[in-house]
Design a protein around this ligand. Structure first.
Ligand code: NAD
Length: 272
């Protein structure tokens, strides 16, 4: 007697069924700043759910190639496209390349960001402009060109902007960063209204303290680490996967009634 599970073709069928159950099966996403950190967490979470991913950064390093490799190893597909989110020409090209490679764009995750330190009186105009150019103008360009492509396709889409809890509450010493993230929070609400009728949802994720290169310096300092932990009720800092999981939720077809929302993923920081 042949054990049923060993019958020819049985496992192939099962694998196909598992593929179909993946929550972003057949979708195409662009994730800005996905060579490391939170962007990488989002890219890998998307790929795990059957999504093809365009990995991006303004520099092409080994880390970006590694993310592409990891995604392919998961059985999905990926390419790297170099683009500086603060440059309009680059962002137009990023979307163009995504469509040339994968034929469409379903999900745009505007994640790339920098953290410029400085109180109001310390900051220079140049620092302020750089902070805004990457964190806020970059989200505008990413949303603009993604929306144009999604409207052309005519079946909706998902825009996910990575804001911060610093876009909801004040943090001393990072005034331009707070302003840029407050801008992303409000831009998200406005863009959601502009494109609600197109079936394009626009949502933000507001992470708390996540362990990445951006927070390495702060978390490496004993006193700062202790104070950040005291403000994080769940008793641990977030990992890029925590944001990746939230992004998958917002990217799913089932989330079509959620738009203009700021999803706080902060271990309870802002609940106090
Ligand atoms: P990170 O420094 O590890 O990653 C930032 C990414 O952005 C990198 O991939 C970098 O290559 C990319 N990038 C920077 N400038 C760019 C540009 N001009 N064009 C294209 N790519 C560019 O930091 P992270 O913690 O992973 O941050 C990701 C996002 O999450 C940022 O928007 C950040 O503000 C936000 N965020 C982070 C935290 C945290 O605690 N780490 C908390 C809240 C929000």
């Amino acid at each position: 007697m042949v054990f049923p599970i060993l019958r020819k073709g049985y496992l192939n069928g099962l694998e196909n069924e598992v593929e179909k159950m993946k929550r972003l099966n057949g979708k195409v996403a662009v994730v800005t700043g996905s060579n490391r950190g939170i962007g990488k967490g989002i890219a890998i979470a998307f790929a795990n759910e059957g999504c093809k991913v365009v990995v991006n950064s303004h520099v092409h390093g080994k880390d970006a190639d590694e993310v592409v490799r990891e995604i392919k190893n998961l059985g999905s597909d990926a390419i790297f496209v170099k683009a500086d989110v603060s440059k309009e020409k680059d962002m137009k090209n990023l979307i163009k390349k995504a469509v040339e490679k994968f034929g469409k764009l379903d999900i745009m995750a505007n994640n790339a960001g920098i953290l410029v330190f400085g109180t109001v009186e310390q900051l220079t105009e140049k620092e302020w402009d750089r902070q805004m150019a990457v964190n806020l103008k970059g989200v505008f360009f990413g949303t603009k060109y993604a929306v144009q492509q999604m409207k052309k396709q005519g079946n909706g889409g998902r825009i996910i902007n990575i804001s911060s809890i610093a876009g909801l509450v004040g943090f001393p010493g990072i005034s331009a960063y707070c302003a840029s993230k407050g801008g992303v929070t409000e831009f998200t609400r406005e863009a959601a209204l502009d494109h609600a009728k197109d079936g394009i949802t626009v949502n933000a994720i507001n992470p708390g303290v996540i362990v990445t290169d951006m927070t390495k310096g702060m978390l490496g300092d004993k006193k700062t680490n202790k104070s950040l932990m005291e403000n994080t009720p769940v008793g641990r800092f977030g990992q890029p996967e925590d944001i990746g999981n939230a992004a998958v939720f917002l990217a799913m077809d089932e989330s079509s009634f959620i738009t203009g929302h700021n999803l706080v993923v902060d271990g309870g920081w802002t609940a106090r």
